[in-house]
Design a protein around this ligand. Sequence first.
Ligand SMILES: Nc1ncnc2c1ncn2[C@@H]1O[C@H](COP(=O)(O)OP(=O)(O)OP(=O)(O)O)[C@@H](O)[C@H]1O
Ligand SMILES: [Mg+2]
Length: 268
Amino acid sequence: MSDSLRDQYLIPSQPYYRAVHDEVTLYEAAYSVRMPVMLKGPTGCGKTRFVEYMAWKLQKPLITVACNEDMTASDLVGRFLLDANGTRWQDGPLTVAARIGAICYLDEVVEARQDTTVVIHPLTDHRRVLPLEKKGELVSAHPDFQIVISYNPGYQSLMKDLKQSTKQRFGALDFDYPKPEIEAEIIAHESGIGKDLADKLAQIAQRSRNLKGHGLDEGISTRLLVYAGQLVAKGIDAQAACRMALVRPLTDDPDMRDTLDAAINTYF
Ligand SMILES: Nc1ncnc2c1ncn2[C@@H]1O[C@H](COP(=O)(O)OP(=O)(O)OP(=O)(O)O)[C@@H](O)[C@H]1O
Ligand SMILES: [Mg+2]
């Protein structure tokens, strides 16, 4: 397999990742034995950034696949394509990752149907192989290959859950929004705003998270806080930035919007 393909998937420069607990050490230990890893946590809390950082730190290529319910096993492993010279096999992203020794990050894996998800089973146990049934090839995973999946617990219905036989192939790391001091540090770094403002944004998020289950499905994510900071850094007034980045995306309910707007007005 050509090195240029591998190089294409390397993370070129160090991504900013603020470690929150011992996730870096735990992940490194898991990677060292090629344990498949599941990252669990709400939207916008740093899961994708963490994988990018770890891929960079370990100097391994990273191949990310956004999963959805229309995805088939062929979308992961590959398919025959028709071209001028007849048919040609094209590896899917999972196969490419297994061949080049990448970290394969399956984002939102519960969205995929269970008959799609099972193709990762032989890659995530001692066999470390991927059968390409249509092609009649058994790919042995490169020694560097590892699977990482992400998962938002609680968002999916009971119908949409991973089978136990899938879940129990992974070690899992819990992610959550960090405590306000750390979150403020992240917001300040990512948006370039000052500490005072970043602190206020983190506190607003904290308050919104208390409304989870009381009219909000989810509190304001770190991602949205970074957006708000970026708008302010562009000269937008803080209240307007918060309305656009923190309140409007979160809910359509007029009462809840008023509640959040009022909370914001107490800070600015
Ligand atoms: N610990 C962290 N260190 C650095 N940046 C962070 C951290 N946590 C969150 N962020 C910031 O929040 C943004 C959103 O994080 P990320 O995209 O990793 O979320 P996610 O958990 O993958 O969300 P989703 O489940 O929606 O994909 C990042 O782009 C980054 O700016
Ligand atoms: Mg993500």
